[in-house]
Design a protein around this ligand. Structure first.
Ligand SMILES: *Cc1c(COP(=O)(O)O)cnc(C)c1O
Length: 397
Protein backbone atom coordinates (compact mmCIF):
# COMPACT_ATOMS: atom_id res chain seq x y z
CA UNK A 1 0.00 0.00 0.00
CA UNK A 2 2.72 2.49 1.00
CA UNK A 3 4.29 2.60 -2.47
CA UNK A 4 0.93 3.23 -4.09
CA UNK A 5 0.13 6.05 -1.66
CA UNK A 6 3.53 7.65 -2.27
CA UNK A 7 2.89 7.53 -6.02
CA UNK A 8 -0.56 9.09 -5.66
CA UNK A 9 0.78 11.75 -3.30
CA UNK A 10 3.58 12.70 -5.68
CA UNK A 11 1.18 12.90 -8.58
CA UNK A 12 -1.85 14.58 -7.03
CA UNK A 13 -0.95 16.37 -3.81
CA UNK A 14 0.57 19.85 -3.82
CA UNK A 15 4.17 19.34 -2.87
CA UNK A 16 4.14 21.31 0.40
CA UNK A 17 5.56 18.47 2.50
CA UNK A 18 8.18 17.02 0.14
CA UNK A 19 9.43 13.53 1.01
CA UNK A 20 7.58 12.51 4.12
CA UNK A 21 8.74 9.77 6.47
CA UNK A 22 8.11 6.50 4.60
CA UNK A 23 5.21 5.14 6.57
CA UNK A 24 1.42 5.17 6.31
CA UNK A 25 -0.54 4.35 9.46
CA UNK A 26 -3.71 2.31 9.34
CA UNK A 27 -4.76 2.06 12.94
CA UNK A 28 -3.92 3.32 16.39
CA UNK A 29 -4.36 2.21 19.96
CA UNK A 30 -3.23 4.25 22.96
CA UNK A 31 0.46 5.14 22.49
CA UNK A 32 0.76 2.86 19.48
CA UNK A 33 0.30 3.28 15.74
CA UNK A 34 0.27 0.36 13.32
CA UNK A 35 1.28 0.54 9.66
CA UNK A 36 0.02 -1.60 6.79
CA UNK A 37 2.96 -4.02 7.11
CA UNK A 38 2.17 -4.99 10.69
CA UNK A 39 4.84 -2.76 12.26
CA UNK A 40 4.14 -1.15 15.61
CA UNK A 41 5.31 2.41 16.23
CA UNK A 42 5.30 4.33 19.52
CA UNK A 43 3.86 7.78 19.21
CA UNK A 44 5.94 10.21 21.26
CA UNK A 45 4.79 13.16 19.15
CA UNK A 46 1.03 12.67 19.43
CA UNK A 47 0.31 14.02 15.94
CA UNK A 48 2.28 17.17 16.92
CA UNK A 49 0.72 17.72 20.35
CA UNK A 50 -2.78 16.90 19.08
CA UNK A 51 -3.65 13.38 20.24
CA UNK A 52 -3.84 14.10 23.97
CA UNK A 53 -5.99 11.01 24.53
CA UNK A 54 -3.76 8.77 22.45
CA UNK A 55 -5.27 6.79 19.59
CA UNK A 56 -8.62 5.03 19.53
CA UNK A 57 -9.72 6.05 23.04
CA UNK A 58 -12.99 4.14 23.58
CA UNK A 59 -14.93 6.89 25.38
CA UNK A 60 -13.77 9.47 22.85
CA UNK A 61 -14.81 7.32 19.90
CA UNK A 62 -18.19 6.61 21.51
CA UNK A 63 -18.84 10.31 22.10
CA UNK A 64 -18.01 11.03 18.45
CA UNK A 65 -20.20 8.17 17.20
CA UNK A 66 -23.09 9.36 19.36
CA UNK A 67 -22.83 12.84 17.91
CA UNK A 68 -22.61 11.47 14.34
CA UNK A 69 -25.89 9.68 14.94
CA UNK A 70 -27.50 12.94 16.05
CA UNK A 71 -26.25 15.83 13.89
CA UNK A 72 -22.86 16.90 12.49
CA UNK A 73 -23.34 20.48 11.34
CA UNK A 74 -26.12 23.01 11.55
CA UNK A 75 -24.52 26.50 11.12
CA UNK A 76 -23.97 29.56 13.24
CA UNK A 77 -27.49 30.76 12.42
CA UNK A 78 -28.81 28.52 15.22
CA UNK A 79 -27.91 27.86 18.84
CA UNK A 80 -25.56 24.91 19.36
CA UNK A 81 -25.70 23.05 22.68
CA UNK A 82 -22.16 21.56 22.52
CA UNK A 83 -20.68 24.89 21.46
CA UNK A 84 -22.20 26.73 24.42
CA UNK A 85 -21.13 23.97 26.81
CA UNK A 86 -17.55 23.79 25.53
CA UNK A 87 -17.26 27.57 25.85
CA UNK A 88 -18.51 27.16 29.43
CA UNK A 89 -15.76 24.57 30.11
CA UNK A 90 -13.03 26.88 28.82
CA UNK A 91 -14.35 29.86 30.76
CA UNK A 92 -14.94 28.02 34.04
CA UNK A 93 -11.44 26.55 34.00
CA UNK A 94 -9.44 29.64 33.02
CA UNK A 95 -9.28 33.44 33.27
CA UNK A 96 -11.36 33.79 30.08
CA UNK A 97 -14.83 35.34 30.18
CA UNK A 98 -15.93 34.20 26.74
CA UNK A 99 -14.75 31.92 23.94
CA UNK A 100 -15.16 31.64 20.17
CA UNK A 101 -14.42 28.55 18.08
CA UNK A 102 -12.42 28.39 14.85
CA UNK A 103 -11.06 25.40 12.91
CA UNK A 104 -7.32 25.59 13.51
CA UNK A 105 -4.56 27.27 15.46
CA UNK A 106 -3.77 29.82 12.79
CA UNK A 107 -7.42 30.73 12.48
CA UNK A 108 -7.75 31.14 16.25
CA UNK A 109 -4.73 33.49 16.18
CA UNK A 110 -6.33 35.46 13.35
CA UNK A 111 -9.39 35.84 15.56
CA UNK A 112 -7.18 37.07 18.41
CA UNK A 113 -5.57 39.72 16.16
CA UNK A 114 -8.97 40.89 14.97
CA UNK A 115 -10.29 41.07 18.53
CA UNK A 116 -7.29 43.14 19.67
CA UNK A 117 -7.61 45.52 16.74
CA UNK A 118 -11.36 46.00 16.98
CA UNK A 119 -11.07 46.68 20.70
CA UNK A 120 -9.07 49.86 19.99
CA UNK A 121 -11.01 50.69 16.83
CA UNK A 122 -14.18 50.87 18.89
CA UNK A 123 -12.49 53.11 21.41
CA UNK A 124 -11.52 55.44 18.58
CA UNK A 125 -7.81 54.83 19.22
CA UNK A 126 -5.28 54.46 16.41
CA UNK A 127 -3.60 51.35 17.82
CA UNK A 128 -2.99 48.48 15.41
CA UNK A 129 0.61 47.27 15.70
CA UNK A 130 1.23 43.75 17.01
CA UNK A 131 4.60 42.77 18.46
CA UNK A 132 5.67 39.11 18.41
CA UNK A 133 8.96 37.29 19.01
CA UNK A 134 11.82 36.00 16.90
CA UNK A 135 11.76 32.19 16.48
CA UNK A 136 8.03 32.16 17.16
CA UNK A 137 5.47 30.13 15.26
CA UNK A 138 1.88 31.29 14.94
CA UNK A 139 0.58 29.55 11.80
CA UNK A 140 0.58 29.59 8.00
CA UNK A 141 -2.08 32.12 7.00
CA UNK A 142 -0.86 35.49 5.74
CA UNK A 143 -1.34 37.37 9.02
CA UNK A 144 0.06 34.55 11.15
CA UNK A 145 3.07 34.27 8.81
CA UNK A 146 3.63 38.01 9.35
CA UNK A 147 3.49 37.26 13.08
CA UNK A 148 5.85 34.28 12.85
CA UNK A 149 9.42 35.39 13.51
CA UNK A 150 11.14 33.02 11.10
CA UNK A 151 12.59 34.20 7.80
CA UNK A 152 12.00 30.89 6.00
CA UNK A 153 8.23 31.19 6.42
CA UNK A 154 8.04 34.91 5.56
CA UNK A 155 10.44 35.28 2.67
CA UNK A 156 8.32 34.11 -0.30
CA UNK A 157 5.25 36.03 0.83
CA UNK A 158 6.50 39.60 0.99
CA UNK A 159 5.02 42.15 1.17
CA UNK A 160 3.68 40.77 4.43
CA UNK A 161 0.50 41.82 6.20
CA UNK A 162 1.54 45.17 7.73
CA UNK A 163 1.59 46.04 11.41
CA UNK A 164 3.64 43.12 12.75
CA UNK A 165 7.14 43.31 14.12
CA UNK A 166 9.37 40.85 15.92
CA UNK A 167 11.84 41.27 18.77
CA UNK A 168 14.27 39.00 20.57
CA UNK A 169 12.57 36.57 22.99
CA UNK A 170 13.20 36.76 26.73
CA UNK A 171 14.64 40.26 26.32
CA UNK A 172 12.37 42.71 28.09
CA UNK A 173 14.28 45.80 26.99
CA UNK A 174 13.86 44.76 23.33
CA UNK A 175 10.10 44.58 23.62
CA UNK A 176 9.88 47.73 25.73
CA UNK A 177 11.84 49.62 23.06
CA UNK A 178 9.60 48.25 20.30
CA UNK A 179 6.38 49.49 21.93
CA UNK A 180 4.92 52.68 20.44
CA UNK A 181 1.65 54.55 21.00
CA UNK A 182 0.33 52.48 18.05
CA UNK A 183 0.93 49.13 19.76
CA UNK A 184 -2.32 47.22 20.11
CA UNK A 185 -1.02 43.84 21.22
CA UNK A 186 1.93 41.71 22.21
CA UNK A 187 1.60 38.03 21.33
CA UNK A 188 3.97 35.33 22.56
CA UNK A 189 4.19 31.59 23.02
CA UNK A 190 5.06 30.92 26.66
CA UNK A 191 7.11 27.99 25.46
CA UNK A 192 8.23 28.32 21.85
CA UNK A 193 7.45 24.92 20.39
CA UNK A 194 8.33 24.86 16.71
CA UNK A 195 11.77 26.40 17.15
CA UNK A 196 12.94 23.82 19.70
CA UNK A 197 10.98 24.02 22.98
CA UNK A 198 12.24 27.29 24.48
CA UNK A 199 10.37 28.39 27.63
CA UNK A 200 10.10 32.12 28.43
CA UNK A 201 11.39 33.22 31.85
CA UNK A 202 8.71 33.77 34.48
CA UNK A 203 10.07 37.22 35.31
CA UNK A 204 9.97 38.22 31.63
CA UNK A 205 6.32 37.18 31.33
CA UNK A 206 5.42 39.00 34.55
CA UNK A 207 7.10 42.15 33.25
CA UNK A 208 5.18 41.88 29.97
CA UNK A 209 1.92 41.77 31.92
CA UNK A 210 2.91 44.92 33.80
CA UNK A 211 4.04 46.68 30.63
CA UNK A 212 0.74 45.87 28.91
CA UNK A 213 -1.23 47.19 31.89
CA UNK A 214 0.76 50.42 32.02
CA UNK A 215 0.65 51.12 28.29
CA UNK A 216 -2.87 49.82 27.59
CA UNK A 217 -1.72 46.96 25.35
CA UNK A 218 -3.50 43.63 24.91
CA UNK A 219 -1.43 40.65 26.00
CA UNK A 220 -2.07 37.53 23.92
CA UNK A 221 -0.67 34.07 24.65
CA UNK A 222 -0.62 31.64 21.75
CA UNK A 223 -1.39 28.42 23.64
CA UNK A 224 -2.16 26.40 20.53
CA UNK A 225 0.59 23.93 21.48
CA UNK A 226 1.07 24.57 25.22
CA UNK A 227 -2.64 24.38 26.07
CA UNK A 228 -4.98 21.56 27.04
CA UNK A 229 -2.93 19.96 29.76
CA UNK A 230 0.37 19.60 27.96
CA UNK A 231 2.45 21.36 30.63
CA UNK A 232 0.77 19.73 33.62
CA UNK A 233 -1.60 22.71 33.82
CA UNK A 234 -4.70 23.07 31.69
CA UNK A 235 -3.03 26.12 30.12
CA UNK A 236 0.62 27.12 30.47
CA UNK A 237 -0.23 30.63 31.68
CA UNK A 238 -1.62 28.97 34.83
CA UNK A 239 1.86 27.56 35.44
CA UNK A 240 3.32 31.06 35.03
CA UNK A 241 0.60 32.61 37.20
CA UNK A 242 0.12 35.36 34.61
CA UNK A 243 -3.27 36.06 33.05
CA UNK A 244 -3.41 37.21 29.43
CA UNK A 245 -6.18 39.33 27.90
CA UNK A 246 -6.60 36.75 25.15
CA UNK A 247 -5.27 33.23 24.71
CA UNK A 248 -5.73 30.83 21.85
CA UNK A 249 -5.99 27.06 21.85
CA UNK A 250 -6.23 24.39 19.16
CA UNK A 251 -4.04 21.31 18.71
CA UNK A 252 -5.24 19.04 21.57
CA UNK A 253 -8.57 20.79 22.10
CA UNK A 254 -10.49 18.37 19.87
CA UNK A 255 -8.30 15.31 20.50
CA UNK A 256 -7.67 15.08 16.74
CA UNK A 257 -10.90 16.62 15.42
CA UNK A 258 -10.04 20.09 14.02
CA UNK A 259 -11.03 22.93 16.33
CA UNK A 260 -9.42 26.12 17.58
CA UNK A 261 -10.52 28.62 20.21
CA UNK A 262 -10.13 32.32 20.91
CA UNK A 263 -10.49 32.80 24.67
CA UNK A 264 -11.10 36.39 25.70
CA UNK A 265 -10.64 37.88 29.15
CA UNK A 266 -12.63 40.65 30.81
CA UNK A 267 -10.90 43.56 29.06
CA UNK A 268 -11.75 42.51 25.51
CA UNK A 269 -14.62 40.02 25.78
CA UNK A 270 -17.30 42.47 24.69
CA UNK A 271 -15.36 44.05 21.80
CA UNK A 272 -16.81 41.62 19.26
CA UNK A 273 -20.43 42.43 18.50
CA UNK A 274 -22.82 40.86 15.98
CA UNK A 275 -21.28 40.85 12.49
CA UNK A 276 -17.70 41.60 13.59
CA UNK A 277 -16.38 38.06 13.20
CA UNK A 278 -17.74 34.72 12.06
CA UNK A 279 -17.17 31.23 10.69
CA UNK A 280 -19.03 28.54 8.79
CA UNK A 281 -17.59 25.41 10.38
CA UNK A 282 -16.08 26.74 13.59
CA UNK A 283 -17.53 25.17 16.73
CA UNK A 284 -20.02 22.98 14.90
CA UNK A 285 -21.87 20.27 16.86
CA UNK A 286 -19.37 17.55 15.92
CA UNK A 287 -16.15 19.48 16.63
CA UNK A 288 -17.46 20.75 19.94
CA UNK A 289 -18.66 17.26 20.92
CA UNK A 290 -15.01 16.24 20.49
CA UNK A 291 -13.88 19.12 22.72
CA UNK A 292 -16.42 18.20 25.39
CA UNK A 293 -15.30 14.56 25.28
CA UNK A 294 -11.67 15.66 25.73
CA UNK A 295 -12.58 17.70 28.83
CA UNK A 296 -14.67 14.83 30.16
CA UNK A 297 -11.90 12.25 29.76
CA UNK A 298 -9.28 14.66 31.14
CA UNK A 299 -11.36 14.90 34.32
CA UNK A 300 -12.16 11.18 34.62
CA UNK A 301 -8.59 10.03 33.99
CA UNK A 302 -6.80 12.96 35.68
CA UNK A 303 -4.75 13.48 32.53
CA UNK A 304 -3.57 17.02 33.27
CA UNK A 305 -2.15 15.76 36.55
CA UNK A 306 -0.62 12.78 34.72
CA UNK A 307 1.03 15.14 32.22
CA UNK A 308 2.74 16.95 35.09
CA UNK A 309 3.90 13.72 36.77
CA UNK A 310 5.07 12.02 33.59
CA UNK A 311 6.77 15.21 32.40
CA UNK A 312 8.77 15.25 35.62
CA UNK A 313 9.69 11.57 35.28
CA UNK A 314 10.68 12.01 31.61
CA UNK A 315 12.86 15.01 32.52
CA UNK A 316 14.62 13.06 35.31
CA UNK A 317 15.39 10.14 33.01
CA UNK A 318 16.59 12.45 30.22
CA UNK A 319 18.81 14.35 32.65
CA UNK A 320 20.40 11.03 33.68
CA UNK A 321 21.07 10.33 29.99
CA UNK A 322 22.45 13.83 29.54
CA UNK A 323 24.88 13.27 32.41
CA UNK A 324 25.99 10.00 30.84
CA UNK A 325 26.29 11.37 27.28
CA UNK A 326 27.14 14.99 27.98
CA UNK A 327 29.05 15.31 24.69
CA UNK A 328 25.95 14.25 22.76
CA UNK A 329 22.99 15.72 24.65
CA UNK A 330 23.64 19.44 25.08
CA UNK A 331 20.40 20.46 26.80
CA UNK A 332 17.06 19.10 27.97
CA UNK A 333 14.18 21.56 28.21
CA UNK A 334 10.59 20.85 29.17
CA UNK A 335 7.33 22.06 30.56
CA UNK A 336 5.40 18.95 31.51
CA UNK A 337 5.08 16.79 28.42
CA UNK A 338 6.40 19.36 25.97
CA UNK A 339 10.01 18.27 25.84
CA UNK A 340 13.06 19.28 23.81
CA UNK A 341 16.20 17.17 23.74
CA UNK A 342 18.93 19.33 22.24
CA UNK A 343 21.69 17.33 20.61
CA UNK A 344 25.16 18.05 19.34
CA UNK A 345 24.45 19.62 15.89
CA UNK A 346 26.32 16.99 13.87
CA UNK A 347 24.35 14.02 15.29
CA UNK A 348 20.84 15.46 15.64
CA UNK A 349 19.50 14.30 12.27
CA UNK A 350 21.06 10.83 12.69
CA UNK A 351 19.54 10.38 16.15
CA UNK A 352 16.14 11.46 14.83
CA UNK A 353 16.38 8.99 11.93
CA UNK A 354 17.52 6.17 14.20
CA UNK A 355 14.62 6.82 16.56
CA UNK A 356 12.32 6.47 13.57
CA UNK A 357 14.04 3.26 12.45
CA UNK A 358 13.45 2.00 15.98
CA UNK A 359 9.76 2.87 15.57
CA UNK A 360 9.81 5.86 17.92
CA UNK A 361 7.91 8.86 16.51
CA UNK A 362 9.31 12.29 17.41
CA UNK A 363 10.04 15.45 15.45
CA UNK A 364 13.23 17.35 14.74
CA UNK A 365 12.83 21.07 15.33
CA UNK A 366 15.04 24.12 15.62
CA UNK A 367 17.66 22.17 13.61
CA UNK A 368 19.12 20.18 16.52
CA UNK A 369 16.32 19.41 18.95
CA UNK A 370 14.18 16.29 19.23
CA UNK A 371 10.69 17.40 20.23
CA UNK A 372 8.54 15.09 22.28
CA UNK A 373 4.85 15.84 22.80
CA UNK A 374 3.23 12.49 23.56
CA UNK A 375 -0.37 11.67 24.41
CA UNK A 376 -1.12 12.67 28.01
CA UNK A 377 -2.13 9.05 28.75
CA UNK A 378 1.57 8.10 28.66
CA UNK A 379 2.90 5.78 31.43
CA UNK A 380 6.31 5.33 33.04
CA UNK A 381 6.83 2.07 31.12
CA UNK A 382 6.41 3.96 27.80
CA UNK A 383 8.99 6.50 28.92
CA UNK A 384 11.41 3.73 30.00
CA UNK A 385 11.07 2.18 26.54
CA UNK A 386 11.97 5.49 24.88
CA UNK A 387 14.89 6.13 27.23
CA UNK A 388 16.32 2.64 26.62
CA UNK A 389 16.04 3.10 22.86
CA UNK A 390 17.62 6.56 22.90
CA UNK A 391 20.33 5.33 25.25
CA UNK A 392 21.38 2.50 22.91
CA UNK A 393 21.33 4.86 19.91
CA UNK A 394 23.64 7.30 21.72
CA UNK A 395 25.87 4.44 22.94
CA UNK A 396 26.48 3.31 19.34
CA UNK A 397 27.24 6.77 17.94
C1 LIG B 1 0.67 24.50 15.53
C2 LIG B 1 0.71 25.90 15.99
C3 LIG B 1 -0.03 26.91 15.34
C4 LIG B 1 -0.79 26.66 14.06
O1 LIG B 1 -1.85 25.79 14.21
P1 LIG B 1 -2.58 25.22 12.87
O2 LIG B 1 -3.69 24.41 13.43
O3 LIG B 1 -1.57 24.44 12.13
O4 LIG B 1 -3.05 26.40 12.10
C5 LIG B 1 -0.02 28.17 15.88
N1 LIG B 1 0.68 28.45 16.99
C6 LIG B 1 1.39 27.52 17.64
C7 LIG B 1 2.12 27.89 18.89
C8 LIG B 1 1.44 26.21 17.16
O5 LIG B 1 2.18 25.31 17.79
Amino acid sequence: MLDEVIQLDKKYYLNTFGDRLPVCFEKGEGMKLFDDKGNTYYDFLGGIAVNALGHGHKDFINALKNQLDKVVHTSSLYYIENQAKLAQKLVENTCAEKAFFANSGAEANEGAFKLAKIYYYKKGLDKYEIITLDKSFHGRTLATVAATGQEKYQKPYRPLTPGFKQVEPNNFKAIEDAVTDKTAAIMIELIQGESGVHPMDKEYVEKLRKLCDEKDIILIFDEVQTGMGRTGYLFAHQMYGVEPDIFTSAKALGGGIPIGAVCAGKKVASAFEPGDHGTTFGGNPFATAAGLAVFDIFEKEHLVENAGKMGKYFKEKLTELQNKYSDKITDVRNAGLLIGIQLEDSIAKTVFNKLFENKMLTSLCGGNTIRIAPPLIIKETDIDLFINTLSSILEEL
